[in-house]
Design a protein around this ligand. Structure first.
Ligand code: PPE
Length: 304
């Protein structure tokens, strides 16, 4: 996660100096919102994938969480992200904007706090590993329930929401799985701890609707690419056994990218290898991030 510079409240500071006080309220109560974005090496130089959409979601997250006013506009954040990538000289990297409650007393009233904003960037392989991206990963259905929007927001990427993810992921990895599928409070499939989930059955693509999940930007991109390729995509309720009998399952997210799933709860998915539809979509996504085709022009924002 090393870099030369981190953007802290409007200025680029050396990596070692990007520090916060131990009494920052954000640290005690998980009071923050964040984004995960990727910058790719393209023929037009380093370019950030759907940067504006990420920074709009960042603002939506903070306002949905309850912040009354953003310290920086979407435009300012877009420019600050580009400045951070340029300052570090990365060709491709992962970018992590974070707004957190930095100052004020240890109060449970958000209005008592003052927010701080940072943008970090580092070179990062797929969250589920290159081996997983190529040959698929094994999932388990978690016994932890995914957030109910009346308990913790699901649309907002709130730092504290990730306690739920960490509990599910840790058990999954300790048990030898790569990732956990989380069910929503009604028992239907929601998402993974850091990815959205899709399945394929009889040539159609299915994914949970956005009601109880994070509106993933990779999810949206894959739905668009699937429709571009002529597939029908159905957004709606999915039960765990629909995953078990699916022909193909894959998960996606900024950090993970597009990852085939070959096994869920010891049930082999399809023939246990990356499926044809998953492969088409993975290739289409990889072409976009290399800068190829009309969607690349639409979705990649060069930093220069
Ligand atoms: N669901 C969750 C819960 C989630 O955290 C992510 C992103 C997604 C879906 C996919 O959203 P998107 O990246 O917009 O396609 N998870 C971020 C953090 C992962 C982490 O381990 O940290 C990410 O991928 O950046």
């Amino acid at each position: 996660m090393k870099s030369d510079k981190i953007w802290m409240n409007g200025t680029l500071v050396p990596f070692e100096d990007a520090k916060v006080h131990v009494l920052a309220p954000g640290l005690h109560y998980g009071l923050g919102v964040f984004e995960g974005i990727r910058c790719y090496n393209t023929p037009l130089g380093p370019a950030v994938f759907r940067l504006r959409e990420h920074m709009e979601r960042f603002e939506d997250s903070a306002l949905a969480f309850g912040l009354l006013e953003m310290p920086y506009s979407v435009d300012e954040m877009v420019n600050a992200v580009k400045e951070t990538v340029r300052a570090n000289g990365f060709k491709s990297c992962y970018i992590r904007p974070l707004l957190f409650m930095e100052g004020g007393p240890l109060s449970l009233n958000l209005d008592a706090h003052t927010p701080g904003v940072s943008i970090s960037a580092w070179e990062w392989a797929s969250l589920l590993g290159d081996e997983g991206v190529q040959n698929g990963v094994r999932l388990m259905v978690s016994s932890f329930t995914r957030l109910h929007p009346n308990v913790n927001l699901t649309k907002a990427k709130v730092s504290g929401n990730y306690v739920n993810s960490v509990m599910a992921k840790t058990i999954a990895v300790r048990l030898g799985f790569d990732e956990a599928v989380m069910l929503d409070p009604s028992g239907l499939v929601a998402e993974c701890t850091g990815e959205n989930l899709f399945l394929v059955r009889k040539g159609k693509i299915y994914t949970p609707s956005t009601a109880a999940i994070l509106e993933g930007i990779t999810r949206d991109s894959l739905i668009t690419l699937a429709k571009d390729a002529g597939y029908e995509v159905v957004e709606g309720p999915i039960s765990r056994d629909q995953i078990y009998i699916a022909d193909e399952v894959f998960v996606c997210g900024t950090a993970a990218e597009v990852v085939p799933v070959t096994e869920v709860d010891f049930r082999k998915i399809g023939n246990g290898k990356i499926g044809p539809v998953t492969s088409v979509l993975q290739k289409a996504f990889n072409a976009v991030i290399r800068g190829e085709g009309p969607r690349a022009a639409e979705w990649l924002d060069p930093i220069e």
